[in-house]
Write a protein that binds this ligand. Structure first.
Ligand code: GLA
Length: 386
């Protein structure tokens, strides 16, 4: 693939790419819709990701092309940019915008991207493209930014340039991910620990519902606002900065302050999901996969019933998991509204899992899912030898 990409680059730009960078996608094992509430999440970087080939040019022009999409962009070096349309290149353009705004001296660039993360599948293809671009600019122009600063710029692209009020989990995971490790990340302090994600006789299966995510962004922003409302009402009596500052006992004593029953459901999910992450981290550390699996199911049920971000496609994954003795836990992962689920499946039963689950899913949903067995990969990096 790499050789083919270099060929493509040469054909398109008439010269050789000087550098090649890679940034992974991510899955979140547990801790969903927690990052923007200042709690704990447990993502891992996965081996599929975004490759970026790049070379400087003297034309004062940024040229963006992706192997995955037809449309390309060629835009002159300017002081500022705004999002135009819905095309993929808005993500790297947003990164360039904030580098320039931050006073970084850039020059023209020829760029070629290729991603093997299924697009719109909730595996953070957008965070991956943001972070790979930020990392590449930082290296090429010796900007001296830390990895965390690159993560923050990438998050800002999502929040301000694109307009989704997402938290920091995705960008953090694709930047700081480590091979065979899950990150237990505190989204308030940004302290994290990379914990062993060895699943013994089991593996992590990623299941793409193949459902197009519609209205996902507006629903996502709606959930963020609901959590802010809950927080404000609780702050009438409690000195807290985030919903996740509350343990469930304190929450139970003060939840009457939340006036809207739907908002109460949202807050209940957040407080208990945050506690589930603590339990899940302990379960993983002590190799108690049964307990970990039960926490995954509980997380899914809460996202379905209280947070209302699941849907029949994602529910089918969790439902099926409970019927198959070779599955230890399953849940939706990421924002929801379609996208992907994950399941912990006995290694030697993967083939029969794929066959049985696919039949079950097709019968309920009417079309096939895609199932991958995933490796937990490393975070953003420059690949050797261009
Ligand atoms: C999306 C967002 C993340 C996070 C998850 C839900 O992936 O980008 O910030 O909120 O949804 O956990």
């Amino acid at each position: 693939m790499k050789a083919q990409l270099h060929e493509d680059f040469k054909k398109r730009y008439g010269k050789t790419a000087t550098n090649t960078f890679f940034s992974p996608g991510r899955v979140n094992l547990i801790g969903e819709h927690i990052d923007y509430n200042g709690g704990l999440v447990m993502p891992c970087a996965i081996t599929p990701g975004t490759y970026m080939l790049i070379a400087k040019n003297d034309d004062k022009v940024f040229r963006f092309k992706s192997v995955n999409f037809d449309d390309a962009l060629e835009i002159p070096l300017q002081d500022t940019y705004t999002k135009s349309g819905e095309e993929w290149y808005n993500y790297p353009l947003g990164v360039i915008n904030y580098f320039i705004e931050g006073g970084k001296e850039l020059q023209g660039l020829d760029m070629l991207y290729y991603g093997d993360i299924p697009i719109g599948s909730g595996l953070s293809s957008s965070a991956s493209i943001e972070v790979v671009t930020a990392f590449a600019l930082n290296e090429l122009f010796n900007c001296g930014l830390s990895k965390l600063e690159l993560v923050l710029i990438s998050k800002r692209v999502e929040n301000e340039f694109i307009g989704v009020n997402s938290g920091i989990m995705d960008q953090f995971a694709v930047a700081f991910g480590e091979k065979d490790k899950a990150l237990v990340l505190n989204c308030d302090t940004l302290d994290y620990e990379a914990v062993d994600s060895n699943l013994g006789d089991y593996l992590l299966a990623i299941i793409n519902t193949n459902k197009l995510r519609k209205l996902a962004e507006s629903k996502y922003n709606e959930r963020v606002t609901e959590c802010q409302t809950a927080l404000k009402q609780l702050q009438q009596e409690l000195d807290i900065a985030n919903l996740c500052d509350l343990d469930s006992a304190t929450f139970e004593l003060h939840k009457h302050l939340i006036t809207d029953p739907i908002v109460l459901n949202r807050a209940t999910h957040v407080v208990y999901e945050n506690e589930r992450v603590k339990l899940a981290a302990k379960a993983l550390a002590s190799n108690n996969l049964e307990e970990f699996g039960q926490l995954m199911y509980a997380s899914h049920d809460s996202l379905k019933n209280l947070y209302e971000v699941s849907g029949k496609e994602l529910d089918t994954i969790a439902e099926y998991g409970k019927t198959d003795p070779n599955v230890i836990g399953a849940r939706m992962t990421g924002a929801g509204f379609g996208g992907c689920g994950i399941a912990i499946v006995k290694k030697d039963s993967l083939e029969s899992f794929i066959t049985k689950f696919t039949l079950y899913y097709e019968e309920k949903i009417g079309y096939a899912p895609a199932v991958y067995s995933s490796l937990i990969g490393t975070g953003v990096c420059e690949l050797e030898n261009g």
